[in-house]
Design a protein around this ligand. Structure first.
Ligand SMILES: *[C@@H]1O[C@H](CO)[C@@H](O)[C@H](O)[C@H]1NC(C)=O
Ligand SMILES: *[C@@H]1O[C@H](CO)[C@@H](O)[C@H](O)[C@H]1NC(C)=O
Ligand SMILES: *[C@@H]1O[C@H](CO)[C@@H](O)[C@H](O)[C@H]1NC(C)=O
Length: 428
């Protein structure tokens, strides 16, 4: 607690900057409450000192004391504080603004439940002052120019349920603590992340996980089977993954989208895929998979699109879903297969999954036992984003997982703030 208090104390330089005119409002201006006055100072500081280009004039009407009418700024009554009006949401999606997030911004807007900055040109890092955002539920900074290591400060936000960092330049590893957070949706695709998926993946209660288009390397952690009760979509396209698809994947009975295409995955497609009873799109194309396509895919009741071209499969069952595709494999009699010499070379040296080391075993005690995290974390609450389009989010920088407009935002933010404040973690 002491540490947090120290971290939250504003740096002297930042507070001096805030006190200096002209960012302070004229004394004659009346603000409905001190929180809106603080929000005014924070927004003006942002606009005047840290926004360098606003070609669509998105912030052109950010002037005057009524911050609640500023374009992209949304206020709501604070349910836990006598219903005073506070700034609860900022949505600058698609504004094409260039600038950065100053240290002073989070401190002046501690009641934000939602921050959406998709498709702008914000650069730099997320300041540690994000620690102030105890009520932040949705953070979408996708398709900007943020850099540096994974922004660990987001792992300390008690209310955060939706994290979208895709299409930025974050580099280095994914911190294991990410999967111990009660996040419902995690989008990290199209960054510069470079180390393997942490082995505690299965601790995550996320319903949507998109890590596509990074240089992760390593394998799919077998703990993925522990996501059986929550995972709906997982998209790991083009991540340099190797090793075998763990048989635990078959436990994911709620998954509708399972896409591991464009990696270096080896060995067979496990017969346990029979357990993917909800899967609609199953994409394993562009890997080094071998052996026969298991007959169990024919019995998957929801399967619409099974894609496995460009592997080394040597056989397949005869059902329509398994024969609709399948070029560039080693399947006798099927059209457009690999040259026989390639297939013979692969068949002579089958990959032995039992001897493949997925990744170094974690030190004893560092992994939370199965089931523990799910039982102690509150059930993730969904906000405006009912993130159900992981594949589109992986492919299109500007596509948001759910279409929204200002009216929808306005009507929902109040409820969002109320629901966030009901969660015990937020007020601690
Ligand atoms: C933004 O405002 C400037 C100055 O008033 C004007 O020249 C420009 O055309 C405006 N841009 C847009 C996209 O409206
Ligand atoms: C600013 O622009 C928004 C969106 O057009 C509008 O709803 C709002 O009333 C404007 N505010 C002011 C102070 O002009
Ligand atoms: C099946 O999925 C693949 C890969 O995503 C896509 O290219 C293809 O168009 C899809 N086919 C159908 C019939 O939807």
């Amino acid at each position: 607690a002491l540490l947090l208090a120290v971290a939250l104390a504003p740096a002297p330089a930042a507070s001096q900057q805030q006190q200096q005119p002209p960012l302070d409002p004229p004394p004659s201006w009346a603000f409905p409450n001190p929180r809106l006055r603080a929000a005014y100072v924070a927004l003006q500081t942002w606009r005047r000192t840290a926004i360098f280009s606003d070609p669509a004039n998105f912030t052109a009407n950010w002037s005057g004391p009524n911050v609640c009418t500023y374009n992209g700024v949304f206020c709501a009554p604070h349910p836990a504080d006598g219903g005073v009006l506070v700034v609860a949401g900022i949505d600058l999606n698609h504004a094409d603004i260039a600038g950065y997030i100053p240290d002073s911004l989070p401190a002046g807007l501690p009641d934000l439940a939602l921050l959406h900055l998709n498709s702008n040109r914000f650069c730099g890092v997320l300041p540690d002052t994000f620690l102030h955002l105890r009520l932040l539920h949705e953070l979408d900074i996708s398709n900007n120019r943020f850099v540096g290591g994974f922004p660990e400060v987001v792992l300390q936000l008690p209310s955060l349920r939706y994290l979208d960092l895709r299409f930025n330049e974050f580099e280095g590893g994914i911190p294991p603590a990410l999967f111990d957070r009660p996040l419902d949706a995690i989008f990290l695709n199209s960054n510069r992340l470079t180390s393997p998926i942490p082995p505690n993946l299965g601790n995550s209660p996320a319903s949507v996980l998109v890590l596509a288009h990074n240089r992760l390397g390593g394998c799919i952690p077998p703990s993925i089977g522990r996501m059986a009760e929550t995972l709906n979509e997982i998209v790991l396209i083009d991540d340099d993954l190797t090793g075998c698809i763990p048989p635990q994947v078959g436990m994911l009975r709620k998954v509708t989208v399972f896409d591991v295409s464009g990696n270096g995955l080896q060995g067979p497609l496990p017969a346990t895929v029979t357990g993917l009873v909800a899967v609609q799109e199953l994409n394993v194309a562009g890997n080094l998979l071998e052996g026969a396509v298991p007959a169990s895919v024919c019995g998957l009741p929801s399967l619409r699109n099974f894609t496995y071209e460009d592997n080394f499969f040597s056989g397949r069952p005869g059902c329509a879903v398994a024969t609709a595709d399948g070029r560039w494999n080693c399947i006798p009699g099927a059209p457009a297969q690999r040259p026989p010499a390639q297939c013979a070379a692969a068949a002579a040296r089958p990959f032995d999954c039992s001897r493949a080391q997925c990744q170094a075993a974690p030190p004893p005690g560092s992994i939370v036992p199965a089931g523990l995290v799910h039982s102690i974390l509150p059930v993730p609450t969904r906000g405006l984003h009912n993130a159900r389009n992981g594949r589109a989010a992986a492919a299109h920088p500007q596509r948001e997982p759910r279409a929204r407009n200002a009216a929808l935002l306005r009507s929902t933010i109040t409820g969002l703030l109320a629901s966030v404040l009901r969660q015990p973690a937020a007020v601690r």
